[in-house]
Design a binder for this molecule. Structure first.
Ligand code: PMP
Length: 426
């Protein structure tokens, strides 16, 4: 008798037939339900979630306070389009983000739906406010898959390959990373070289950076870079755009990663953990810049959807009530302690980088060659054992940790034990 194929296999076949391969899928584990830091697939297999749907669930799957807020909102209305008949919760969230983002200056906020859209709108505002057209971003950066997001992204494969000419006047300079042999001075020199060889600084509207490169490899921007960029921006009338789509909302030990540096932004983008899994992004900026675009120039049909806004307001409460930024430090400490204990037995761990709970492990061989296959093996072994891990890095040789900050101690310890088993077995 032929064995019946398991549900994941059947769904995977349907996926391959119905969905384009361009929407790459990491696992063949189709989700049935999830709670806090655990996912159960359609076969009933349990996974401990150290990925949070790519940095989205700082407050975990189905946080009761977030669910209750969305249910309350569902009973009143779930869509009007803010640009047609506005609602108070949108305004309230903007007020909160204006006051909670770092920097003691007048701010305004606009809401959107995805991270890429927030970045796109940051550049639109920067262009409208400065009357300039060029933008500088960093190699290894990730800013989204829309046309401009893709142009700003500093990695060709798989994000730009095959998609034709990029929008003009987007320039890349190296992001400082000890592991890649790039110093802050190298990055600054590259910008100065750009100003000499390629683009008049007075044409540059914005410099865009992630305070910790997410997809790029969890490289952490040193304060010296942020200060230098602020100086360059101020001396040439360029705007500093800080992309906190991945670093935002408690993960780095502060609500925003920029708080580690004491440097002011001009425009700041957020998404992911902002609304605990409901599609919402935000652009906060200096009030006078945010007003540069004419009425109708910003927005979107679904931008600032009431359900997502209700979720975001609840997320902000949970961040405070459960002291999640502080919890990020505790969890990050525990993870690094565990990794320290393993380093002798796993010599390919060449660097552990950490800002709060944003931890990345880089793997290379003795000659310094990146080890993406080793990382893939660890990831596969972990998955088989019931632990979902994400990777990153231009060479795919970094494991990154993005567990919910609400993860229960026992589940976290179980996850760490599975991680150790996978690392030792790989
Ligand atoms: N910016 C950063 C820093 C990101 O990490 C991401 C998503 N990984 C984006 C922008 C794009 O966000 P989205 O996928 O929601 O468009």
């Amino acid at each position: 008798m032929l064995a019946t194929p398991d549900k994941n296999t059947v769904l995977e076949q349907r996926r391959q037939a119905a969905c384009p391969r361009g929407v790459g899928v990491q696992t063949q584990s189709f989700t049935a339900r999830a709670q806090n830091a655990e996912i159960w697939d359609v076969n009933g297999k349990r996974l401990i979630d150290f990925g949070s749907g790519i940095a989205v669930l700082a407050t975990g799957h189905r946080h009761p306070a977030v669910m209750a807020a969305v249910e309350r909102q569902l009973r009143d209305f779930h869509h009007t389009c803010f640009q047609v008949t506005p609602y108070e919760s949108y305004v309230e969230l903007c007020e909160k983000l204006n006051s909670r983002t770092p920097g003691a200056f007048a701010k305004k906020t606009a809401l959107f739906t995805t991270g890429a859209e927030a970045v796109e709108n940051a550049i639109k505002v920067a262009k409208a406010a400065t009357g300039r057209s060029a933008v500088i971003a960093f190699s290894g950066a990730f800013h989204g898959r829309t046309l401009l997001g893709m142009a700003l992204t500093g990695k060709v494969h798989p994000y730009k390959a095959g998609f034709g000419a990029m929008p003009p006047e987007v320039w890349h300079v190296p992001y400082p990373a000890e592991a890649l042999g790039v110093s802050v001075e190298d990055s600054v020199l590259a910008i100065e070289r750009l100003f000499k060889a390629d683009v008049d600084p007075h044409r540059v509207a914005a410099i865009v950076l992630e305070p910790v490169q997410g997809e790029g490899g969890f490289y952490i921007a040193p304060t010296a870079l942020l200060r230098k960029l602020r100086e360059i921006c101020d001396s040439h009338g360029i705007l500093l755009v800080v992309d906190e789509v991945q670093t935002g909302f408690g993960r780095t030990g502060k609500l925003f990663a920029l708080e580690h540096h004491g440097v002011d932004f001009d425009l700041l983008t957020m998404a992911k953990s902002l609304a605990g899994g409901f599609p919402l992004s935000a652009l906060t900026g200096r009030a006078e810049l945010m007003d540069a675009a004419a009425p109708g120039g910003l927005g979107g049909t679904y931008a600032g959807n009431p359900l997502a806004v209700a979720a975001a307001l609840a997320v902000l409460d949970v961040m405070d009530r459960e002291a999640l930024p502080q919890r990020a430090e505790v969890l990050g400490d525990r993870l690094v302690e565990k990794l320290d204990g393993l380093r002798q037995r796993v010599p390919s761990i060449t660097q552990v980088r950490r800002l709060g709970a944003m931890v990345g492990i880089e793997f290379r061989d003795e000659a310094g060659t990146p080890l993406p296959q080793f990382v893939k093996r660890v990831q596969d072994l972990a998955l088989a054992k019931g632990l979902l891990l994400l990777t990153c890095g231009v060479h795919g040789n970094v494991i990154r940790f993005l567990f919910p900050l609400t993860i229960e101690d026992a589940v976290f310890e179980e996850g760490l034990a599975l991680l150790a088993d996978a690392l030792l077995e790989a």
